[in-house]
Design a protein around this ligand. Structure first.
Ligand code: 2BA
Length: 109
């Protein structure tokens, strides 16, 4: 069994959860915040059989879009050691970031 953490943009979360549920993936949704942009995002926790991992990745790829955000150095970069940039920079976000962990035991009691 695998545990997948998927960090997705809030704008994609509802659609993705709906599609996952349609495909009988069990999902827990957590509200999270990206450390770089300091904006809300969504972390999904999914315990799945290893054989379904490719299906899950395919679904996430279909739903989660890459977007760009303009980051003003005065906001997001202000606490970095060397805030050398004066102009807003364009930062790509997503589609999604996945962490896949092997699970030793899964029980429902
Ligand atoms: P944030 O940390 O808010 O990052 C948003 C986007 O900013 C990232 O998109 C990346 O393109 C860019 N970015 C992040 N750190 C940067 C830096 N030090 N310098 C320049 N650009 C930087 P994604 O890679 O798609 O990540 C989306 C969200 O996924 C992240 O939001 C964070 O919440 C999470 N994430 C990404 N990689 C992670 C990792 N290795 N460990 C934990 N969480 C991660």
């Amino acid at each position: 069994m695998k545990l997948v953490f998927a960090i997705v943009q809030d704008a994609d979360a509802a659609h993705l959860i709906r599609r996952l549920s349609e495909q009988a993936f069990e999902v827990t949704k957590l509200a999270s915040t990206g450390g770089f942009l300091r904006e809300g995002n969504t972390t999904l926790l999914m315990g799945i059989d290893e054989e379904r991992l490719d299906d899950l990745k395919r679904l996430v790829r279909q739903v989660c879009r890459t977007r760009t955000r303009l980051v003003s150095p005065g906001i997001a970069l202000s606490e970095q050691a060397e805030p050398l940039l004066n102009q807003p920079i364009e930062v790509p976000v997503g589609g999604a970031v996945l962490f896949v962990l092997s699970i030793e035991e899964f029980v429902k009691v």
